[in-house]
Ligand binder design. Structure first.
Ligand SMILES: [Zn+2]
Ligand SMILES: [Zn+2]
Length: 137
């Protein structure tokens, strides 16, 4: 074990102060996830299926013992225009919001964003009316 790894083990708050450079295999889809290319310090979900693992109580603290898979259930756009994903833990139901990474699967992100519109909760005729009124017709 090298010194840096030892420090990680001893210091519970290591990931709050250091970028996470771990590579791992996605437990959901088997995608080999490397930290390079994320465009941010923390790679906390799979760029292919966007699934995350419940390891944090507070962002980056790795203090949770749940370790459930966290499904991407929604996307939202922050005030600065940056996209974030809302994850929900399959085991305990915890919700968390995570910044998207530069190489996250854009089709998957769009699919999550469009899900409410594709569901039958909103009849297509109402959507058509809504679009027409938004266009000012
Ligand atoms: Zn995955
Ligand atoms: Zn959980």
């Amino acid at each position: 074990m090298n010194r840096e790894n030892k420090k990680r083990k001893l210091d519970r708050n290591y990931f709050m102060k250091h970028p996470c450079t771990d590579s791992f295999t996605c437990k959901e889809c088997g995608w080999p996830v490397v930290s390079n290319g994320a465009g941010s310090d923390h790679r906390n979900h799979c760029p292919n299926c966007l699934t995350s693992i419940h390891v944090d109580n507070k962002p980056g603290d790795r203090a949770s013992t749940c370790h459930g898979k966290m499904d991407p259930i929604g996307v939202w756009v922050r005030n600065d225009g940056e996209w974030a994903i809302i994850h929900r833990c399959r085991i305990c139901g915890k919700l968390s919001s995570n910044r998207i990474a530069a190489d996250d699967n854009p089709m998957k992100l769009m699919a999550i964003a469009m899900r409410p519109f594709a569901s039958h909760a909103i009849p297509k005729s109402r959507l058509d009316n809504m679009i027409r009124s938004m266009e000012g017709k």
